[in-house]
Design a protein. Structure first.
Ligand SMILES: C=C(O[C@@H]1C=C(C(=O)O)C=C[C@H]1O)C(=O)O
Length: 465
């Protein structure tokens, strides 16, 4: 389903020093975009949604202070199934041909922009591309505002209210069952199953007595995880350390993560890093993930640089093995429009960082053993511009704010066995975390690793400073 207005005027202007929109952190410019009781959205120019759903409308992709924030909904497409990338790409390209663009800044992310969040799996799961009415961006010290459709201006920023004490309950796959699922995967991998790695996840529900404002999470996450990409698209909010793919002209870049350790028994960060680099199990997990990305990206590139050795990425909650892969698109793909970022993302998703090796068998095993709908967790999330440039991360360390008309337990949402309806005033949120499993994984360790990965989003919900 798509909504596409007729008037398509896009204007990008630089915001110069001295302008009130220049100084603050990008996220501080986001107005309150929770739906109000009458269905309108505070802060958007026209907050009505074609399908009448009430979702948090904050849009964000911010890392180290640079990135994009957006609000209002000028147009959107909701899609699903194996053709979700192609549908979204075709819709976006069509929409862009109908736009009159007046862009005085001309950087990646200026002119028309769509924020996107795509389902992990071909089925089930819903995907969305949202074209905001207002985008404010920053790159290398240059700040700009883009208005789409009309001369919308920024709205007064309403204060962020705390959502109140958080209550947790089991989702579709509680941690205790997750242990069993991991143990079963290990049994199969040691037995006849020809799978080298599978990434299994579980979920957790959280409810808040007051409605949750995505900005409450975004501010906390970006302050505590500045080297992650703090995102919000269509109610999916998180801070991912993993860059699936960035395209800037004919250059592409990815940060592949796999192999994790976390603080325990007083071990300091340097010791954790050394253990991780010296661990054959973690090195194997990492190699599968890098190889899957490189194999699917290589046909599009004339050069692809894959580091021989991973480095260690330090976050507050965990350390990861990381490889920064970069490439140059070959002439054919770069010039003929065959390599829009959405098409490239479709080619590389899911890498073995969130799927497994071999991909198709691992994804089948995930469906069988998890037996839950991941929705957009572990799917691609990010933004794309009118030239096919943009950035997509893997939606990790995140939570889906359930729309109030789609409470958990609803078969379409398929989100859990917890409360059968959302709280009447507050919010229900679904959190996810997962781990790469190989034949010598220890189920107890994997459960502990998943808990460590849940910390950032749990602490953001609880307002831990
Ligand atoms: C699946 C997740 O993370 C992925 C799995 C990792 C691992 O198993 O070591 C590390 C980073 C991510 O690629 C998650 O955070 O939910």
């Amino acid at each position: 389903m798509a909504t596409t207005p007729r008037v398509l005027t896009v204007r990008t202007r630089e915001i110069r020093p001295g302008d009130p929109l220049h100084a603050p952190d990008l996220l501080e410019l986001l107005p309150d975009s929770r739906p109000s009781r009458d269905g309108s959205v505070d802060g958007s120019v026209d907050g009505s949604r074609a399908d009448g759903a009430t979702k948090d409308m904050s849009l964000s992709w911010v890392s180290h202070g640079d990135g994009l924030v957006g609000w209002g909904e000028f147009a959107r497409i909701d899609t699903a199934g194996p053709d979700r990338f192609a549908d979204a790409d075709a819709w976006w390209q069509r929409l862009c041909t109908r736009m009159e663009v007046d862009d005085e800044v001309r950087l990646p992310g200026t002119g028309p922009v769509a924020f996107a969040s795509l389902a992990f799996d071909d089925r089930p799961g819903r995907s969305a591309l949202v074209v905001p009415e207002v985008v404010i961006g920053q790159r290398d010290g240059v700040r700009w505002i883009t208005t789409i459709g009309r001369d919308a201006v920024s709205k007064p920023v309403a204060p962020i209210r705390r959502p109140g004490p958080v209550r947790y309950s089991d989702g579709r796959l509680p941690a205790t069952s997750y242990r069993e699922v991991v143990a079963e995967a290990v049994r199969r991998m040691r037995g006849p199953e020809r799978i080298s790695k599978v990434v299994l996840a579980h979920d957790l529900l959280a409810t808040t007595p007051e409605p949750l404002d995505a900005r409450f999470l975004l501010h906390n996450l970006s302050r505590r995880y500045p080297n992650c990409w703090t995102f919000a698209v269509d109610g999916l909010v998180g801070a991912t350390p993993e860059l699936l793919l960035e395209r800037n002209g004919d250059r592409v870049r990815s940060r592949v993560l796999a192999g994790t350790s976390w603080p325990r028994d007083g071990a300091d960060d340097d010791l954790l890093a050394k253990e991780l680099l010296d661990s054959p199990k973690n090195r194997d997990e990492h190699a599968y993930a890098v190889e899957s990305l490189a194999e699917t990206l290589r046909p599009y590139c004339d050069t692809l640089n894959v580091p021989e050795e991973p480095h260690v990425l330090h976050l507050r909650n965990v350390v990861h093995l990381a490889s920064d892969v970069s490439g140059h698109l070959n002439e054919y793909y770069a010039r003929n429009g065959h390599a829009s970022l959405l098409r490239l993302v479709a080619a590389v998703h899911p890498t073995a960082a969130v799927g497994g090796t071999p991909t198709a068998d691992a994804v089948r095993l995930i469906g069988e053993l998890e037996a839950m709908n991941r929705e957009r967790y572990a799917g691609p999330v990010g933004w794309i511009d009118g030239d096919g440039n943009g950035e997509f991360g893997i939606a990790l360390r995140c939570a889906q704010i359930q729309p109030q008309d789609d409470p958990p337990g609803n078969p379409a949402g398929d989100s859990g066995s917890g409360p059968q309806s959302g709280p009447s005033e507050g919010s229900t949120v679904r959190l996810f975390a997962g781990c790469g499993i190989v034949a010598d994984s220890d189920p107890d360790e994997e459960v502990a690793e998943a808990q460590a990965k849940l910390l950032p989003i749990r602490e953001a919900l609880e307002g831990v400073r």
